[in-house]
Write a protein that binds this ligand. Structure first.
Ligand SMILES: Cc1cc2nc3c(=O)[nH]c(=O)nc-3n(C[C@H](O)[C@H](O)[C@H](O)COP(=O)(O)O)c2cc1C
Length: 308
């Protein structure tokens, strides 16, 4: 399960029982943050450069836009709850905890970056102390201290510093969550520069799009919410291309880390394809909402093909 749907230990336990083995606890922060106002998740049709809110489930599988604001419980609450989640896993199941730093743009650029790095590390240490088997470092978030529109993973010195600080502060594996790349060259450069400080990459977080309703108005109310992440079935062609690019780059022998594939995996066949291509694990978010038995059907298909 990718970060997001598993909001607390009850969700982790439920999906663990449904046969999902790599479970990512939804992103946590060093301070409480409420979610954006409702609606903050909508079905959409992905139409080129924009996504249009749909009244009903699109026929080609669930595709969503979300604008949640990365909410987090109070640290005292999630630190206890991560411990509970860990206790509820079965043998061989893995709990990753997704962490994000909370920027303080008013601190100024240099001090703000240092504070952000510290904040990512603080959350990671707390998550590891609570029993996380791995830390997923959410870098596919806007870099409020950088150029407009830039994401943290696109500011390589900052992303490398965050990973370095976490890697030297916790003893569990560190995974970098990345978003969409503007070019294969940007993907190669990022993977090469970040590889020394991470044990693996999780990609693709989602596709940023303007999300409109059928009348052309913003589908999510409130300033700064015109753009949201589109995820789910319709994003597979773009996401799988980037995942395959990353796997090809690993094959080239520059580094040898885990690649956890995410983005638009809405069928067992898609999951099988990415594993055959070399992904170490395949994660789902949207499909697990609409199809909670996904992992069971995946296992059944694997068992059937083993017998055949
Ligand atoms: C409702 C929802 C909430 C999400 N929340 C988070 C989150 O807290 N942290 C994060 O890194 N990704 C979050 N994601 C993104 C997923 O982890 C994943 O990268 C994305 O949905 C692509 O996978 P999919 O096509 O299988 O949905 C969320 C996705 C959804 C649908």
């Amino acid at each position: 399960m990718a970060a997001g749907p598993l909001l607390n230990s009850k969700w982790v336990e439920g999906y663990a029982r449904l046969g999902f083995d790599v479970l990512t606890y939804a992103t946590v922060r060093s301070r409480m943050q409420p979610a954006h106002s409702l609606p903050n998740i909508r079905y959409v049709e992905n139409r080129g450069q924009v996504a249009i809110a749909a009244r009903r489930l699109p026929v080609d599988g669930a595709t969503l836009a979300f604008s949640l604001g990365l909410p987090s419980m109070e640290p005292e609450a999630w630190r206890k709850d991560v411990r509970r989640a860990k206790e509820r896993l079965g043998p061989g199941q893995i709990l990753a905890v997704s962490v994000v730093g909370t920027p303080e743009p008013e601190a100024g650029r240099e001090a703000g970056m240092e504070a952000l790095i510290d904040d990512y590390a603080r959350c990671s240490v707390w998550a590891a102390e609570a029993g996380a088997d791995a830390i997923e470092v959410h870098l596919a978030v806007p870099n409020l201290l950088g150029e407009p529109g830039q994401m943290v993973y696109e500011h390589l010195p900052l992303a490398a510093q965050i990973l370095y600080r976490i890697r030297t502060s916790v003893s569990v594996p560190v995974l970098a969550k990345l978003g969409l790349f503007r070019s294969p060259r940007a993907l190669h450069e990022t993977a090469t520069k970040l590889a020394p400080w991470t044990h693996g990459f999780v990609l693709v977080h989602g596709i940023p799009r303007r999300v409109l309703d059928e009348s052309g108005n913003a589908a999510f109310d409130g300033s700064g919410r015109e753009w949201a992440y589109v995820v789910g079935a319709a994003t597979y062609p773009v996401c799988s291309r980037q995942i395959e690019e990353m796997l090809a780059w690993r094959k080239a022998g520059v580094w040898n880390h885990a690649v956890l594939a995410v983005g638009g995996v809405s069928t067992v066949e898609r999951a099988q394809h990415l594993l055959q291509e070399g992904a170490d694990a395949v994660l789902v978010a949207t499909a697990a909402f609409s199809d909670p038995l996904f992992a069971m059907r995946f296992r059944q298909a694997a068992a059937t093909s083993a017998v055949a």
